[in-house]
Design a protein around this ligand. Structure first.
Ligand SMILES: Cc1cc2nc3c(=O)[nH]c(=O)nc-3n(C[C@H](O)[C@H](O)[C@H](O)COP(=O)(O)OP(=O)(O)OC[C@H]3O[C@@H](n4cnc5c(N)ncnc54)[C@H](O)[C@@H]3O)c2cc1C
Length: 381
C-alpha cells in the first residue's frame, strides 16, 4: 500500500466537513448512504472503499434474489428454531421489496424466473427429499403468509428433462424466487449515490478506528487519518480485521463462468446440496459457484484466491450433472467473500458512541442487504 502524507489542499478541500463516513461501498454501505440522504438531505456523507470497485461480495455474487430453499429453511428451523428461521425469511422478503422499490426492476433485470432445488439419485438425497415433501404443506403455509404467494414450493420433477440434467431425480421449485443482474444493480446504486451528492472515495482502506468525544478518527492504510462525527461500518466478511470483537467469520466462495453454450435450456436459479452450490444461466453461459463445505477450514479466509480442490469439484459437477456430454469450457473464475456467524442473523448494532456496525449477511445479502443498510442508517441517526 502506497504510504504518503496529505497535502494542505487535500486535507482542507477533500477530506473535511463530512457528517457521516461509511466504510465499504457494497450493497449495505450504498443503501445506508442513500437512506441517510433520503431522511436527512442536509447531511454530508462520504463512503470510503478500499477497492477500485466495491470489492467484497456485492459485485461478485450470483444474482439470486432468493429467500431460502426447502432444505436450507428446514435445516435452519431445526437448528435455530422455527421462529428465528421465519423472522430471517421475513427480513429477506422485506429487504427484497425495498431493493426493488429503490432501484426499479428494469434497472437490475429483475425476473421472477423461479428457483429450483436439485436432488440427485443418491440414496441419502432421496431421503432428504422425502423429508422435505412431508413438511412441504406446513412450510408453504408459513412462507406463504410472509410472501403472499399461495404455493411457494412445489415439486417440479416433470421439468428435469427440459433442463437436460443427468443423475437428478427430483426438483422442488420455489415459485417467487427471482434473478437479477448483479452488475446492473450495483451500477444503479452507485449512480443513485452520486446523484444524491454522496462522495465516494475508492482506494482508501481503513486500518483502525478510534471513537472519542471529538468524533471518530479513521486511520487509513496509507498512513493519514480523517475525523468524522459518525461512522457506519459496512464491511461484512472483512469485519474481523477492523473490529476483532465482532462475531463475523469470513467465508470465501469460488465462482466460474463458462463460455456461451449454444442452445442452453436453463431458466431460473438452481440450488444444490443445502444451498452450498448454486448455478444459473446468464447471457447464454452457466455461472456456477459454491462448494466451500469441501474445504471449510481453508475457505475461512477474507483473502481472494483459488482453491483447486473446490474448482475441480465444480467442473466435475458441471460435466457430470448439469451439462452432461457437452463440450464445456470455463471462461473465467473469481472469488468473493461472505460474512457468516453462529446464527444466520445479521449484526446491526452500536459498536461505540458514534460507530454503528451493519455486517454478517450470511449468504442471502441480495435479499436482506437493503434492509440492513437502512436499519444501520436509522441506528446512526
Ligand atoms: C460468490 C458469492 C455469491 C453470492 N451469491 C449470492 C446470491 O446469489 N444471492 C444473495 O442473496 N447473496 C449472495 N451472496 C451474498 C451477498 O453478495 C452478500 O451478502 C452481500 O453482497 C453483502 O453486502 P455488503 O455490502 O454487506 O458487503 P460487501 O459487498 O462485501 O461490501 C463490503 C465492502 O467493504 C469494503 N471494505 C472491506 N474492508 C474495508 C476497509 N478496511 N476499508 C475500506 N473498505 C473496506 C470491501 O472492499 C467491500 O467493497 C453471494 C456472495 C458471494 C461471495
Amino acid at each position: 500500500m502506497l504510504q504518503y502524507k496529505l497535502s494542505y489542499w487535500e486535507r482542507e478541500t477533500f477530506l473535511k466537513g463530512f457528517d457521516v463516513a461509511i466504510i465499504g461501498s457494497g450493497l449495505v454501505g450504498l443503501t445506508a448512504a442513500l437512506h441517510l440522504k433520503a431522511v436527512r438531505p442536509d447531511l454530508r456523507v462520504v463512503i470510503l472503499e478500499r477497492g477500485a470497485l466495491p470489492a467484497g461480495a456485492s459485485t461478485r455474487n450470483a444474482g439470486f434474489a432468493c429467500f431460502g430453499s426447502t432444505t436450507e429453511l428446514l435445516e435452519d428451523a431445526d437448528r435455530y428454531g422455527e421462529d428465528t428461521m421465519l423472522a430471517v425469511v421475513e427480513k429477506r422478503w422485506l429487504g427484497l421489496q425495498r431493493l426493488r422499490a429503490l432501484i426499479g426492476d428494469d434497472n437490475m433485470d429483475f425476473s421472477m424466473a423461479g428457483g429450483y432445488e436439485l436432488f440427485t439419485d443418491d440414496d441419502e438425497e432421496e431421503s432428504v427429499f422425502q423429508a422435505c415433501v412431508d413438511r412441504l404443506p406446513e412450510l408453504n403455509a408459513k412462507i406463504g403468509a410472509i410472501t403472499g404467494h399461495p404455493e411457494v414450493y412445489k415439486i417440479a420433477d416433470d421439468q428435469i428433462a427440459r433442463f437436460g440434467f443427468h443423475r437428478v431425480r427430483h426438483l422442488i421449485l420455489n415459485q417467487p424466487e427471482a434473478l437479477i443482474h448483479t452488475g446492473k444493480m450495483m451500477a444503479t446504486l452507485l449512480a443513485l449515490a452520486r446523484a444524491q451528492q454522496i462522495t465516494i472515495f475508492n482506494g482508501i482502506a481503513i486500518k483502525k478506528l478510534e471513537d472519542s468525544a471529538q468524533g471518530v478518527e479513521l486511520e487509513t492504510e496509507a498512513g493519514w487519518t480523517i475525523r468524522v462525527p459518525k461512522v457506519l461500518v459496512a464491511v461484512n466478511g472483512f469485519a474481523k480485521t477492523l473490529m476483532p470483537d465482532v462475531d463475523v467469520t469470513p467465508a470465501r466462495n469460488q465462482v466460474l463462468i463458462t463460455h456461451p453454450l449454444p442452445g442452453l435450456q436453463l431458466q431460473g436459479g438452481f440450488h444444490y446440496d443445502r444451498g452450498y452450490y448454486y448455478f444459473r444461466n446468464i447471457d447464454g453461459r452457466i455461472l456456477l459457484g459454491g462448494g466451500r463445505n469441501l474445504d471449510n477450514a481453508v475457505e475461512q479466509t477474507d483473502a481472494f484466491g483459488p482453491n483447486e480442490l473446490i474448482r475441480s469439484a465444480l467442473v466435475q459437477l458441471l460435466r457430470t450433472t448439469i451439462c452432461p456430454g457437452q463440450p464445456i469450457e470455463v471462461d473465467s473464475w473469481w472469488t468473493g467473500i461472505l460474512g457468516l456467524g453462529p446464527v444466520k442473523k445479521p449484526v446491526v448494532e452500536r459498536y461505540s458512541e458514534n460507530v454503528v456496525v451493519a455486517v454478517r449477511l450470511s449468504g442471502m445479502g441480495v435479499a436482506i442487504g437493503t434492509l440492513i443498510g437502512q436499519e444501520g442508517a436509522e441506528m446512526l441517526l
